[in-house]
Every structure is written in structure tokens, then in C-alpha cells.
Design a protein around this ligand. Structure first.
Ligand code: ZN
Length: 285
């Protein structure tokens, strides 16, 4: 099942799905947004059952309707840093011996086709295509063998990053990862059954139609079970939480000379099975 959220006539996010034929329908009649309670109580299965009775009565979502991020705001976004060897190398870092993790503010979440706003005083706003995992079951001290049982689905994420805020301002990376619009998610969450092998997905990103990232999740240093198990030793992952699994090489920070986003740039990104997204870059106003 492909879960979407869209902006309804009241200007509020509402839940929908993409049907196998590509059409989009409004499932607000089901009565639940895609939040912690939905994912934690077998929501995709319950929604599937509900649709058997009600699909014919669900309104179609018109093509022009704006998409929101496909999950309601989660309790946290946990990101894995330096999870591709070539990306670690381009930033001048050694490949990590255990997962690097950091948090990203959930207020950064934005829709897949919404603009990226360059924050005030930013000169180094950068892109990062990533496979993100949506947690489906409370995860605390989970073994690697059991980790994938805790996954509800997968979603495309642009882990937009301000490199000066991240690296040159002291303290944690969170400062460079958390500005508004720095987490475009979607277009859809593919439930786990839709993705045969999350460790064999091509992912790519273009800036102004030039392909700058093109890799595969087969190149992870730490695979998804390792990441989930590892993170769950330090915090409890709640249903709906988003884990972003790291970006491959080809970010602006890795280019010689460095290249960063400026107003008017267009970023497009995609992952096999998870669709593609597009963000125009705008200045803070
Ligand atoms: Zn990242």
C-alpha cells in the first residue's frame, strides 16, 4: 500500500492512498491520520480491510492537489550519518566503526514538492537523498534479527543540511539539520510489503537537471537491521518515528570547489519504489 497525505479544501493535511492504477483517493473517512496510533495499531492492515467496504465511496484526489509529508509529525527523526563509505571519504571522514546518529527537528518536515527555504544567514545549504524507514512497532533493545518486524514502511527523504551550521558552529550536527523545510518527505510511504529488498534500491538526486548523486542502498556501511537495533539501545523508537539511513556521495560539501544551493535552484530526487520529489530553492523572507 502507498500512503499519501494531501492538503484538503480546509488547508489541512488529510490521509489518502495511491491505488495500484496510480489514482489517488481520499481516505479521511477511515478516521485516522498516519500517526503513532495508526502505525502502532496495525493501521495499514486495518485500512486495507476498511477499503474493502468503502473504497468505492472515497473521493478522488485531483492531480493538482498539493501533497503533504505522508506521515503526521513523528516523535522524532533519527538520522544515520556517514553510512556510505564514498560519502564519508568525500567529507574527509574515516568510515565509522559504529553508526553515527543525530537528531533532526520534526518541525523541519515538509511536503515532497514544497520549496526548500534557505535559512537566514545560510551560505552552505546542501542536499542529501536518503532512504528513510518508518517505524511500525515500539522498538527498545531490539535484536538485528527482529528489527525488520518493527518497520512499517519506507519513504524518500531529502536530508537538507546547512554545512556551516552543522560543522562550523560548535556542538552537534542538529543545528545544521533542523531548519524549517529541511526534511521533505514523500511523495508516499510504501508499506514494507511493497519493497522486496530495501538493501538493493537505486537512489539519485539532481540539481538543476544535473545528476549529482547516483548510488544504491547495497552500499550501506550499516544495514537497516543494524541501524534499528543500534539506535534502540539508546532510545525507544515509537511507531511513526522516521529513521533516515544516510546519504551516498555527491553532496555539495564533497565537490571541489564546494557547491551549495541558491535561490532558483531546483532539486529532484528519487528512490526505486518510492517515487520522486522536487523542491525549488527559495531565500528566507
Ligand atoms: Zn543525512
Amino acid at each position: 500500500m502507498k500512503l499519501i497525505r494531501f492538503i484538503d479544501k480546509r488547508g489541512q493535511p488529510a490521509p489518502g492512498i495511491i491505488r495500484p492504477d496510480g489514482s489517488r483517493i481520499d481516505v479521511s473517512g477511515f478516521g485516522e491520520d498516519y500517526h503513532e496510533q495508526f502505525f502502532g495499531n496495525d493501521g495499514p492492515r486495518r485500512l486495507t480491510e476498511w477499503l474493502e467496504q468503502h473504497e468505492a465511496n472515497c473521493p478522488v484526489v485531483d492531480d493538482g492537489v498539493r501533497l503533504a509529508a505522508p506521515c503526521a509529525r513523528p516523535s522524532k527523526i533519527v538520522c544515520v550519518g556517514m553510512n556510505y563509505a564514498a560519502h564519508a571519504a568525500e567529507t574527509g571522514a574515516q568510515p565509522p566503526t559504529e553508526p553515527v546518529i543525530f537528531m533532526k527537528a520534526t518541525s523541519a518536515i515538509t511536503g515532497p514538492f514544497d520549496p526548500i527555504i534557505i535559512p537566514r544567514d545560510s551560505t552552505k545549504t546542501d542536499w542529501e537523498v536518503e532512504l528513510a524507514v518508518v517505524i511500525g512497532k515500539r522498538a527498545s533493545y531490539v535484536s538485528e534479527a527482529a528489527a525488520l518486524d518493527h518497520v512499517a514502511g519506507y519513504v524518500l527523504h531529502n536530508d537538507v543540511s546547512e554545512r556551516a551550521f552543522q560543522i562550523e558552529r560548535g556542538g552537534q550536527w542538529v543545528k545544521g539539520k533542523s531548519a524549517d523545510t529541511f526534511a521533505p518527505l514523500g511523495p508516499w510511504i510504501a508499506t514494507a510489503d511493497e519493497i522486496d529488498d530495501p538493501h538493493n534500491l537505486r537512489l539519485w538526486l539532481k540539481v538543476n537537471d544535473e545528476k549529482v548523486q547516483d548510488s544504491t542502498t547495497a552500499d550501506f556501511i550499516f544495514n537497516i537491521p543494524e541501524c534499528i537495533s543500534y539506535i534502540s539501545r539508546f532510545m525507544t523508537l515509537l511507531p511513526g518515528d522516521v529513521i533516515s539511513t544516510g546519504t551516498p556521495s555527491g553532496v555539495g560539501l564533497g565537490m571541489k570547489p564546494n557547491r551549495f544551493l541558491k535561490p532558483g535552484d531546483v532539486v529532484e530526487l528519487g528512490i526505486d519504489g518510492l517515487g520522486s520529489s522536487r523542491q525549488e530553492v527559495k531565500a528566507y523572507q
